[in-house]
Design a protein around this ligand. Structure first.
Ligand SMILES: Cc1cc2nc3c(=O)[nH]c(=O)nc-3n(C[C@H](O)[C@H](O)[C@H](O)COP(=O)(O)OP(=O)(O)OC[C@H]3O[C@@H](n4cnc5c(N)ncnc54)[C@H](O)[C@@H]3O)c2cc1C
Length: 154
């Protein structure tokens, strides 16, 4: 029987080991550290569990989510899934809408706080009038796409 050695028990190693094991292949994982997880390991500090890495797990990480569910079919119940929201010290705020992709992000960018028309124009190196015209066109297009996608009267 084939017996595969996987060196390293981080996300990559554990994904490889899980995929092989799911196919009935015998696997042994060799990990140099005291615990599995690599850079995304969980560290116990004074009875508190601290995640070292992977603070952001976005919905686009489909393979990661598939592997998590493969290891534990009930894991989805333990994951709190919310629309993406990003705040930077009260200066920038972007919140994705509860809409199907890619409309959730499109709406989020159009409604984001923190960048004025002038700042956006300066950043892009284009006149303010062009930014205003593009935002107006994008809003009209978004409305049209949402109506087609959801069949809703907006
Ligand atoms: C603080 C922090 C925050 C992060 N936040 C995010 C985030 O929000 N979103 C995101 O997507 N990513 C994030 N990352 C990145 C993410 O954690 C890593 O990309 C991912 O964990 C890398 O996995 P890996 O398996 O490729 O490598 P590693 O996690 O580096 O795993 C390699 C493993 O191999 C072991 N190893 C190496 N050599 C040997 C050997 N010779 N013998 C035995 N074992 C060996 C190591 O000990 C280690 O456990 C973050 C990382 C850090 C550090």
């Amino acid at each position: 029987m084939t017996h595969v050695a996987v060196v390293g028990g981080g996300y990559a190693g554990m994904a490889a080991a899980t995929t092989l094991a799911a196919q009935g292949i015998r696997v042994t994982v060799f990990e140099a550290a005291k615990q599995l997880g690599g850079r995304a390991r969980l560290v116990e500090y004074r009875s508190t569990a601290i995640d070292n890495g992977l603070h952001i797990l976005i919905g686009a990480y489909r393979e990661t989510l598939r592997l998590i569910t493969l290891v534990n079919p009930n894991a989805a119940d333990a994951i709190c899934r919310t629309p993406l929201e990003w705040r930077i010290h009260g200066e920038f705020h972007l919140a994705a809408a509860t809409l199907p992709a890619p409309f959730h992000l499109l709406a989020g960018f159009l409604l984001a706080d923190g960048l004025s028309i002038r700042e956006t124009a300066n950043l892009l190196g284009i006149p303010e009038g062009t930014v205003k015209a593009r935002v107006a066109r994008a809003r009209a297009r978004l409305k049209q796409m949402l109506q087609q996608s959801l069949g809703a009267t907006l």
